[in-house]
Design a protein around this ligand. Structure first.
Ligand code: URA
Length: 163
């Protein structure tokens, strides 16, 4: 049973919204997104391109921790998506950074692989979307960090050009 609803946090007027999959155990305990091991890595990734957590808004597709950290079920995604839709309507970001395939496939409504989604800017519903690996995947496969670095450098460059 989840302990906390993890709404998201950061700058409510951010130009960039970072979207992950679902809260893990630490996020559930604290009621805050990306505060566990993946979150520490996300902080470093953001710092490497000159941002702090306070510059962006960080949230997830799913607002409550799925039991045993399993992948979210379609009905859970369906109940949570209106929240994300409202968050984006209020914040009105220019750029979405989607972390991992669950976030990317859900938002872009496709089943494409990370290989075909990352490394480019995808125009979706008036947002410029950049997809990269989820930090938890990078902790398991450090070889992918190189690709993530390319993706976030592109994010920084695009931000500097457009925001
Ligand atoms: N993984 C996610 O996708 N989101 C979090 O908030 C933490 C870990």
């Amino acid at each position: 049973m989840r302990k906390n609803f993890v709404f998201g946090e950061g700058n409510p007027e951010a130009a960039i919204v970072v979207i992950g999959e679902a809260p893990g155990a630490e996020e559930d305990m604290q009621g805050r997104p990306f505060v566990g091991r993946s979150g520490k890595l996300l902080d470093k990734i953001l710092e490497a391109i000159g941002f702090s957590r306070k510059d962006v808004f960080i949230c997830n597709i799913i607002k409550c921790r799925p039991p045993e950290n399993r992948n979210p079920h379609p009905d859970e995604i369906e109940s949570c998506m209106p929240w994300l839709g409202m968050q984006l309507e209020i914040i009105k970001p220019k750029i979405l950074l989607l972390l991992g395939r669950v976030a990317a496939n859900t938002i872009l409504d496709n089943r494409q692989s990370m290989g075909s989604l990352r490394g480019r800017i995808i125009r979706w519903n008036n947002y410029d979307v950049i997809v990269t690996y989820h930090p938890a995947a990078l902790l398991r496969n450090p070889n992918w960090k190189r690709h993530c670095w390319e993706d976030v450098k592109m994010l920084r460059h695009h931000f500097d050009k457009t925001c």
